[in-house]
Design a protein. Structure first.
Length: 121
């Protein structure tokens, strides 16, 4: 879905794709980010690719052979969500928030699947 406004400023733009490797997920993320208008800084794109890689790696390692990667571009941020198909609750360790502006969390949506999300500016 692509909801960019006519003035060339980015509205909301989303993509959902299946991923079976972290390298494939990074490629999906980079391809998505190439279409974001206005273009985001390469350092920010690298950060998003790193977050995607970490979330997908952990999901594949602990929850199965495939996951769904959702990327959404907002005017001031990029949201990353990684879904697995497991219905078994997983506990997350409690930690203080990271110093970087990227925040990752895991929660269980109403359908019972698990989702890891990360957002940053």
């Amino acid at each position: 879905m692509d909801d960019r406004d006519q003035g060339g400023l980015m509205g909301t733009m989303s993509v959902a794709r299946s991923a079976t490797t972290s390298a494939g997920a990074r490629e999906i993320a980079r391809n998505f980010l190439e279409g974001v208008v206005p273009t985001i800084a390469s350092g920010a794109a690298d950060t998003v690719a790193l977050v995607v890689s970490e979330l997908v790696t952990n999901t594949l390692r602990h929850d199965g052979d495939t996951c769904t990667l959702d990327l959404t571009a907002y005017p001031d941020s990029i949201a990353v969500a990684v879904h697995d198909g497991s219905r078994t609750p997983t506990s997350m360790p409690t930690r203080s928030p990271p110093a970087a502006p990227v925040v990752a969390q895991r929660h269980t949506p109403p359908d019972g699947s698990h989702m890891r999300t990360a957002t940053g500016q």
